[in-house]
Design a protein around this ligand. Structure first.
Ligand code: C2E
Ligand code: CA
Ligand code: CA
Ligand code: CA
Length: 278
């Protein structure tokens, strides 16, 4: 290190130290934020492509930190690395179930909620028990809960995952494969694990209006899902044209900015009311 010169060495250590400090600060404020109740859930509507009816919503967490709304992309990874994702994820699951139950009791009795589950959270021994407990505490019917997992979350420890998935399925909870097609796993896992829904990743939807590889892949995913008896949902639908192609291709459901951005709980309820009364 000395051969690189005194200044170079000092510069290097200073910036590393700064980075570590910033990370620690963020970690502390993340954990305090959880205690102070600074996290909120937004809900993005999902529609049935045939009827255009809202049948459910995906819960998406945000951090309301000193009047700015921080997106999950900026804190989920740190929460995973520090283990804070476990209490945070538990809060998300409980709050999403509580909220869904409340809306169902208002008369939207068919509404389903989807919750994103991180690998760290899923691989904890008692994840299925936690889910059972949260359903019982909130009174939400298990069939109204869908858990979104990525392929890598399942394939990381396939034997353990199979046990947890089986227990979740016995509870009556739906399993959805998020970001489908972006991982590197073979399709064979699809028949080895209990699952209900595939979500076509936004990257395939982006160019679906052009007759190219993405359109071909999306169409193949739709028939693959149907041949396996699974429901298929497209995420990141931003245009009417994309929705039209998905409808024509027989995709079951869609979510994305063209339908609605993620909404606060209050705005989601207003949206539900406006869609149901006309
Ligand atoms: P994801 O599960 O793939 O969620 C979809 C993301 O795409 C969301 O970003 C959503 O706001 C965004 N999105 C929806 N429709 C459109 C569209 O039409 N166009 C575009 N460009 N984007 C769209 P968000 O809310 O920032 O979440 C990012 C990721 O953070 C999620 O990706 C998910 O992996 C993770 N995440 C969010 N909430 C949670 C949570 O409660 N727990 C865990 N473990 N992860 C979460
Ligand atoms: Ca998701
Ligand atoms: Ca996704
Ligand atoms: Ca995605």
């Amino acid at each position: 290190l000395k051969s690189k010169g005194k200044n170079g060495y000092q510069f290097f250590t200073a910036s590393m130290k700064e980075l570590a400090e910033r990370r620690l600060e963020k970690e502390i404020s993340l954990s305090q934020g959880l205690e102070k109740g600074e996290f909120i859930l937004y809900y993005q509507p999902k529609i049935n492509i045939d009827t255009k009816e809202i049948y459910g919503m995906e819960a998406l967490v945000r951090w309301n930190r000193s009047n700015s709304l921080i997106p999950p992309g900026e804190f989920i990874e740190l929460a995973e690395e520090t283990g804070l994702i476990v209490p945070l994820g538990e809060w998300v699951l409980r709050e999403a179930c509580r909220q869904c139950k409340e809306w169902r009791e208002l008369g939207y009795t068919q509404l389903k909620v989807s919750v994103n589950v991180s690998a760290v959270q899923f691989q904890k021994q008692d994840f299925a028990e936690l889910t059972a407990r949260v359903l019982e505490e909130t009174g939400l019917e298990p069939s109204a809960l869908e858990l979104e997992l990525t392929e890598s979350t399942i394939m990381d420890k396939p034997k353990e995952a199979a046990v947890i998935l089986l227990r979740l399925q016995q509870l009556g909870v739906s399993i959805s494969i998020d970001d489908f097609g972006t991982g590197f796993s073979s399709f064979s896992y699809l028949k080895q694990f209990p699952m209900n829904v595939l979500k076509i990743d936004r990257s395939f939807i982006q160019n679906i209006a052009e007759e190219g590889a993405d359109q071909a892949i999306a169409k193949a995913m739709i028939s693959l899902a149907h041949n396996l008896g699974l429901m298929i949902v497209a995420e990141g639908v931003e245009t009417e044209e994309q929705l039209g192609i998905l409808e024509e291709a027989g995709c079951d459901a869609a979510q994305g900015y063209f339908i609605s951005r993620p909404l606060t709980a209050g705005a989601f309820l207003d949206y539900l009311k406006s869609r149901h009364l006309n």
